[in-house]
Design a binder for this molecule. Structure first.
Ligand SMILES: *Cc1c(COP(=O)(O)O)cnc(C)c1O
Length: 295
């Protein structure tokens, strides 16, 4: 089977009195609309990995994630769609939630593993699937050169030029891919990465490891809101206001932190009048379901 989805990822303008006052234009690329579950950057990251699995005659995808992982869900749904078996190795003790329910519904087998052994993913793969010739290893979050290659195609789809692109970072694969796309098209667009972890400075090494050539970009380290999947009342209020004003659904782990950074930097005159900024909606809105109590 050919590994392809018809990419539907329109660009919508986000208007706000703040942007008008600063003389800037802000747009959002709706990668969340690519697929309801194989959402956003997760499809872009999986595309060439699934292709590679198929080329190598592998029929069983093995991947890794936390109990709320968008990547696990995307892999389960993509495996079902393209005719692979799938196993998700889940960090921590056995739990049940909406994400894992959806993974199982798509035929994914779940193996829960303690946090210590979870750290060494190649060892886990070896232990459970070492002599299984059908098994194909996909790293946590789809982190890989193939993943970056898929993400670089986002830039091929742009028909306008932007002064800035904003994107949230977990593994940095998506950021690296987009930066490679900017290089390939020789754009002067400035890339802005927002790590969603505390002490996200290490993200620069992760991103740089996938770059086709060295490029300068901005890493905004102050928008983690306490750490991975942590929130503050201020961030939750931002989400409520943003969703109600724009009709664009975002979630607290990635997209809200990235957009909060964009608004905050606009207020702090980070941009010049005339700047045209593209925010990447990397999807993941199923993640909201596990965080309802924060609202
Ligand atoms: C996984 C994910 C990211 C992080 O992408 P990386 O390539 O790992 O940096 C960003 N946004 C959303 C919504 C995600 O689900």
């Amino acid at each position: 089977m050919h590994i392809a989805l018809d990419i539907f990822s329109p660009i919508h303008q986000i208007t706000d009195p703040l942007f008008e006052a600063k003389g800037i234009e802000v747009y959002i690329k709706r990668d969340d609309m690519i697929h309801p579950l194989i959402s956003g950057n997760k499809w872009r990251k999986l595309k060439y990995l699934l292709q590679k699995a198929q080329d190598e005659g592998k029929t069983h995808l093995i991947t890794f994630g936390g109990a709320y992982s968008n990547h696990l869900l995307a892999t389960a749904a993509a495996a079902a769609k393209f005719g692979f078996r799938s196993t998700g190795i889940v960090r921590g003790e056995e739990v049940e939630n909406d994400t894992l329910f959806m993974c199982r519904l798509h035929g994914m087998q779940l193996l829960f593993t303690d946090r210590d052994s979870y750290r060494d993913k190649p060892a886990l793969f070896e232990k459970h699937f070492g002599n299984n010739a059908d098994a194909f290893f996909i790293d946590e979050g789809g982190a890989s050169a193939e993943g970056a290659q898929g993400c670089s195609e986002l830039v091929d789809e742009l028909t306008d030029t932007y002064t800035h692109i904003f994107c949230a970072c977990g593994t940095g694969t998506t950021a690296a891919g987009i930066i490679n796309g900017i290089s390939k098209h020789q754009l002067s667009t400035r890339f802005n990465a927002i790590p969603v972890f505390k002490n996200g400075g290490f993200m620069r090494d992760e991103i740089d490891s996938y770059l086709s050539k060295p490029v300068d970009y901005d890493l905004h380290l102050d928008y983690h809101f306490g750490g991975y999947a942590k929130t503050t009342p201020d961030l939750i209020q931002f989400i409520k206001t943003f969703v109600a004003k724009t009709g664009v659904l975002i979630e607290p782990v990635y997209t809200a932190k990235m957009l909060y950074a964009l608004y905050d930097l606009a207020a702090k005159d980070h941009f010049k009048a005339g700047d045209k900024i593209l925010a990447i909606h990397t999807g993941g809105i199923w993640g909201l379901m596990g965080m309802k109590e924060k609202f």
